[in-house]
Design a protein around this ligand. Sequence first.
Ligand code: ZN
Ligand code: ZN
Length: 426
Amino acid sequence: MASSNPIDPVKLDKLAEVAIKVGLQLQPGQDLILTAPMSALPLVRRIAEHAYKAGAGLVQPIFSDEEITLARYRNAPSESFDRAPAWLYEGMAKAFGNNAARLAISGDNPMMLAKEDPDKVARANRATSMAYRPALEKITGFDINWNIVSYPNPAWAKLVFPNDDEDTAVRKLADAIFAASRVDVDDPIGAWKQHNANLKARWTWLNGQQFSALHYTGPGTDLTIGLADEHRWKGGASEAKNGITCNPNIPTEEVFTTPHKDRVEGYVRSTKPLSHNGTLIADMEVRFEAGRIVSAKASKGEAVLSKVLDTDEGARRLGEVALVPHSSPISKSGVLFYNTLFDENAACHIALGQCYADCFVNGTKMSPDEIAARGGNKSLIHIDWMIGSGELDIDGIKADGSKVPVLRKGEWANSWSVVKKPIWTI
Ligand code: ZN
Ligand code: ZN
């Protein structure tokens, strides 16, 4: 290991700074719970330093490791796969109750579990989802400020750039992560301010339109997604219940809201493969009736997909609908990241499973029953998959049946410019 680290240390430090100052807006005295794969240790260290400089009380990292995960799949008794460390997640929920912030570093090998038994994978995921629920509810309910950023794991880099040697692949993936995360510019904090303002202009327009449904047409797609009653569009920066404005996802290009769990009709085809907990699901084609997926197929990972859909009743229904222009920087980079945090920001997407309370007017003050009454879906899972492309058209449908173009050939039909060009008159 004599070779120098292929990751630019200056940009890595900027990513850590953006995670703390933009992603979390970590406040003096706040504790931070940080989860990361072992391979992301260099970023964890940069983040811890910026967190303490920002006045963090305690930074507590929790690491996972690919070798240890695989050791379990290959050696553990069958009963192991119905278990999860509930005590850990209860502790996290307790810490969030005491206003700890949450940061996750994603960067696992997307194919880590590809060769493992899909039944074991599904059982382990289900056990984890159930045990994680008390903590996840505080995240989806925006009780506290939280953020996800990424670090280029070598196995991930080789999957994205298979024709390069490992160092080159890691450097290329790192640079792609830095560009998508807007830390490859002189003033990343200023760039995020501008980006948040642009996203706000889009969701403000969508909220003003009060659409009751969106109609999608494209190759293999003719889908009507009814929107939940009193839904609210969001994107970019978001104020958590603890009063702190955070940017939960870095990168982010989407504006999104809650579909109505019973009002989705028609069929849709995925436009990018989905990497789900170490397996790839490609070319999904599903049909909805009264909000429920009644048939589903995929060219790759169909067994995993059908297990996912059987997680619970809500796993067959939608919990999120998100709009991303085809010209988003991540889409333009042409890189398929095999990581939803990036790939969902390259294309319009929908998510199976749990909805976000924050995507309702006054949603964070509503009980789960009140959210369900407005059409919000409930599930142990939340899985985003990409349905956008340069061939997708979307119309907004209003309560009176009138239609408004929203996207044409993958681009916003409306253009907003936050910085208005001056109009010259003579
Ligand atoms: Zn999304
Ligand atoms: Zn999502």
